[in-house]
Design a protein around this ligand. Structure first.
Ligand code: KG4
Ligand code: ZN
Length: 336
């Protein structure tokens, strides 16, 4: 089964063709990121206008790259939310028109279910449920206990900023460009992770929620002091502090749910090398071994349409009637 995925929740215009939820036949993305690099963040109205301009050509390109005709497409999956409403409407309106014109089933996919599904892209082993999945991007930070491709329980979420936002805002304070995650990661390469000891958020609370505002304030105050450490040391320590907080939540969740057989990280922040290293060290020290996974390429960590097509496939498999029900395009909404 070949599914055309469409994703426009933020500044990207993306389309992809994925076969049977796993095999990526094409994955095309146009981004207006360069416009926003100088602004330090996305301007929703400009993002949506750019998406209107390139949506159709991105779809045409992805069908050509996959070497398929419209008749070969079995269904269309589109991000229904959450995200920037104007941007989402570009994708969902296009998907609705194409589904009606081509007479194909239309599946509305929650953006987070898309990220959680990015793990299956080009994967050649079967997942072992239940599993723990950390979804960390610029818009959300969530820990999930997953029992099937399209079933799960939310264990914890952020009380303030998302992890990616903490990177983006921290980068702006350090004078680095947007998006801040890759900028901090690169800049931190020459720095010492233990140069500055940041606090560990929510240390005393008995839950697996997240909070990044304390780290951000700590960084702000640190930079006010004119005798502060070299910026690369600060960047490395700040990155370490964000990753330590994420690790602390994962470690607690594994203790609470010892039956998890795999640990996944997905979303833009899952591309972070330091986070991956900390996870690998943690996994190798566990008495009961778990399979560690992140998306097979960084292009599947950040926003993309292949993950939406994959989620659409599994929704059709596991919930065939619900999958094709009418949906609303929403800036926020529930995942399952
Ligand atoms: O998943 P994504 O592309 O979009 C959202 O759904 O938000 O994630 C974008 C976020 C940005 O905040 C960006 O700074 C962060 O992911 N990010 C990273 C890295 N690459 C992207 N954060 C840390 N390290 C990275 N290598
Ligand atoms: Zn995302």
């Amino acid at each position: 089964m070949k599914i055309l995925g469409i994703e426009t929740s933020c500044d990207e215009t993306a389309a992809a063709v994925v076969q049977d939820g796993r095999k990526v036949l094409s994955n095309t993305i146009a981004t207006s990121k360069d416009i926003f690099e100088k602004q330090g963040g996305v301007i929703p109205e400009i993002a949506a206008r750019k998406q209107v301009e390139c949506m159709i050509s991105v779809i045409e390109k992805t069908l050509t790259a996959a070497n398929v005709d419209t008749e070969d497409i079995d269904a269309i999956a589109v991000t229904k939310g959450p995200g920037l409403l104007g941007s989402l409407l570009v994708g969902t309106t296009t998907a609705r028109v194409l589904a009606a014109t081509w007479n194909k089933p239309l599946i509305g996919v929650h953006h987070t279910l898309g990220h959680l599904s990015s793990i299956w892209l080009q994967a050649n082993t079967e997942p072992q449920f239940p599993l723990l999945a950390l979804s960390v991007s610029g818009g959300h930070t969530e820990l999930w206990y997953r029992t099937a491709y399209t079933e799960g329980k939310l264990l914890g979420t952020t009380l303030d900023d998302a992890a990616g936002e903490a990177f983006d805002k921290g980068a702006a304070m350090l004078g680095l460009s947007y998006p801040g995650g890759p900028a901090i990661e690169k800049f931190a390469e020459g720095g010492q992770i233990e140069a500055i000891e940041f606090p560990l958020p929510l240390k005393k609370e008995d839950n697996v929620n997240f909070s990044f505002s304390g780290l951000k304030t700590f960084l702000k105050n640190l930079l006010k002091d004119s005798t502060h450490a070299p910026l690369s040391d600060i960047a490395a320590s700040y990155q370490h502090a964000i990753c330590r907080h994420l690790m602390d939540r994962i470690e607690r969740a594994v203790k609470q749910f010892p039956d998890v057989r795999e640990i996944h990280i997905v979303g833009g922040v899952s591309a972070n090398t330091h986070l991956r290293q900390l996870l690998q060290e943690y996994i190798s020290g566990l008495a009961v071994k778990r399979t560690l996974r992140w998306p097979v390429t960084n292009a599947y960590c950040t926003d993309n349409a292949a993950m939406i097509a994959s989620a659409g496939f599994y929704l059709l498999q596991e919930k065939p009637e619900e999958a094709v029900k009418e949906f609303e395009t929403q800036a926020s909404g529930v995942i399952f």
